[in-house]
Design a protein around this ligand. Structure first.
Ligand SMILES: [Ca+2]
Ligand SMILES: [Ca+2]
Length: 153
């Protein structure tokens, strides 16, 4: 099997052979699920086989508390407000986007602010753990958490 030029975002990725019919590639993954497709070619460049794998890259995460978008150690009205400013006003960065994912669906949106407002003012279900105390995310996703001051990090 010949190894043709492999591109990632337009730049060539060179394979490193480690046995006669095996090689490895080192590529930069984006946070979240990455689909990696392999196409085997014969010496004439005709496809002779293909396969694909999914690689989940979870950025390293500091301990955090879900719902505390402001990372101040408290879950209150300031948290959905901060998230909404982050999403719609611009200029407000979150040091721990994962903490703002109140509904734990792996993405940030207005639904997270609504989820937290309903919890705070209507007594609906609390955010998923880690919520009662600082901890890590039991449901992997692509949201990062570089630092979270509310948990000492
Ligand atoms: Ca807070
Ligand atoms: Ca969410």
């Amino acid at each position: 099997m010949a190894v043709e030029l492999i591109l990632q975002n337009g730049a060539p990725v060179l394979p490193r052979w480690f046995v006669r019919n095996g090689w490895e590639l080192q590529v930069d993954l984006e946070p979240g699920l990455n689909a990696v497709a392999l196409v085997g070619l014969d010496r004439d460049g005709a496809p002779v086989g293909q396969d694909s794998i999914d690689v989940l890259y979870e950025p390293a995460s500091a301990p955090f508390r879900r719902g505390d978008a402001s990372s101040d150690g408290q879950v209150d009205i300031a948290d959905p407000v901060r998230l909404l400013f982050h999403l719609y006003a611009g200029g407000v960065e979150l040091t721990c986007p994962r903490s703002a994912d109140s509904d734990d669906d792996g993405a940030l949106g207005v639904t997270d602010a609504i989820f937290l407002l309903r919890y705070l003012f209507q007594g609906t279900a609390a955010p998923a753990e880690p919520f009662a105390a600082c901890g890590s995310d039991a449901t992997p996703d692509a949201l990062g958490c570089a630092a979270f001051a509310g948990c000492g990090g």
